[in-house]
Design a protein around this ligand. Structure first.
Ligand code: MG
Ligand code: MG
Length: 267
């Protein structure tokens, strides 16, 4: 059952989502060859706690870290590790913040240094597909309209693989609420969305095939064919004419552009 939010609840979620964006921006400032994803996770947790928030993911169903950092063939739920990042790595950073009784959730994908046009295209298309989905997050539409828009753009138009096993979700007092928001599906299918539904839309798009496997760490999800994957996520509130995007990439994109180690000419 979808728990519709009051405008007061939406504003709390917005503040949390903006803190997530600022945290991802802090992480973006630190990404460079030689840094470990565990160092990035520690910085993220410190920043969230310094702002009075609690990392939503920490201890969620036993997940031991504040962030999911998924490198190259890792799609999502990546375990921060002591492995050092290097030129050419594609890094998805997914973070949630819990504060004042509600969660906020957002994710962004970075790349270090000179990457191939093929990888740039994957990142650009995945980011664009997020906004294709958001366009459909209006009152009266169904979840399948969002799902179809993402799949149409990524899989049918660009021939990428859309991950089936993992989906977007409602956001509120729980990190994962109803409805599930897949990145594939039929127009006009699934739960109907009314004003006040707060959902995370998060395309997880593979350069190769859609199939994924679970890493032996029990969490990290990887592409089966070993090709890279990209992931962008916004939390949005469904409205009459146009969704209200509660999270923001503004500080993240500014940090991405300012960090000379990061590729920022892909979109
Ligand atoms: Mg997320
Ligand atoms: Mg999410």
């Amino acid at each position: 059952m979808i728990k519709y939010k009051t405008s007061e609840e939406v504003e709390v979620i917005r503040q949390n989502c903006l803190l997530v964006g600022d945290t991802i921006a802090e992480v973006a400032k630190l990404i460079k060859p030689g840094v470990t994803t565990l160092q990035l996770d520690t910085a993220a947790e410190q920043f969230i706690r310094s702002k009075g928030g609690i990392p939503s993911f920490k201890n969620y169903r036993g997940f031991p870290f504040a962030s999911c950092i998924s490198v190259n063939d890792a799609v999502v739920h990546g375990f921060p590790t002591n492995n050092v990042l290097k030129e050419g790595d594609v890094i998805s950073v997914d973070i949630g913040v819990f504060k004042n009784g509600y969660h906020g959730d957002s994710a962004y994908t970075f790349a270090i240094g000179n990457i191939s046009d093929e990888v740039k295209q994957l990142m650009k298309t995945t980011k664009e597909s997020l906004y294709k989905g958001i366009e459909k997050a209006v009152a009266g539409n169904r979840v399948g309209d969002i799902a179809f828009a993402v799949q149409e753009y990524t899989e049918r138009k660009h021939r990428y693989g859309v991950v089936r096993e993992l989906v977007g979700h409602g956001v509120g007092q729980d990190l994962h609420e109803d409805p599930q928001v897949p990145n594939y599906g039929k127009r006009g299918s699934g739960p109907k969305l009314n004003e006040g539904a707060v959902i995370a839309i998060e395309p997880m798009i593979n350069m190769g095939k859609k199939n994924v496997v679970n890493d032996k760490d029990g969490w990290t999800v990887r592409t089966r064919d070993g090709k890279p994957s990209a992931h962008y996520e916004h939390t949005v509130c469904v409205k009459k004419d146009k969704a209200d995007i509660l999270s923001s990439f503004t500080s993240t994109e500014a940090a991405e552009k300012a960090n000379e180690n990061l590729c920022s000419d892909y979109y």
